[in-house]
Design a protein around this ligand. Structure first.
Ligand SMILES: [Zn+2]
Length: 134
């Protein structure tokens, strides 16, 4: 399954980033990933729902368990090969907006990339905990 390998790669990068953070900040370790934000190409052949489902499955037992996976679709820059009009596609409708031709030139738009991570740090955790017990 395409989504599964994307999610595994995504998790590998996210967990690797947390490891690096923890190695650099031993006094302020990240104890949990709260949110993973990704850019997803307009023509990436993935179903967000399937991706989220895979994510929940693979994140189980890792620091990313229970994290929110936020997917932002990135517009795709295109050029019409008939009239030369350049524009950004935000939907999978591959027709020139000026002349109606269906011959568009573009590159990219397939990928899934990690753009940011939100983590819970040990000190946040401690603060929340002490706040609750006082
Ligand atoms: Zn055109």
């Amino acid at each position: 399954m395409h989504e599964a390998s994307l999610v595994q790669e995504l998790l590998r990068i996210a967990l690797g980033a947390v490891d690096t953070h923890n190695a650099d900040n031993p006094a302020n370790r990240a104890v949990r990933i709260q949110e993973i934000v990704c850019d997803i190409g307009l023509i990436a052949s993935v179903e967000p729902q399937t991706l989220t489902g895979c994510f929940e499955l693979f994140a189980e037992g890792t620091l990313a368990e229970g994290a929110t996976l936020t997917l932002n679709t990135v517009p795709l820059d295109c050029e019409c090969t008939a009239c030369g009009h350049t524009f950004s596609l935000t939907q999978r409708s591959f027709v020139c907006r000026r002349c109606g031709a269906g011959e568009l030139h573009f590159s990219g738009g397939h990928g899934l990339s990690l753009t940011s991570l939100r983590v819970e740090e040990e000190k946040d955790h401690a603060r929340t905990h002490s706040g609750r017990t006082q």
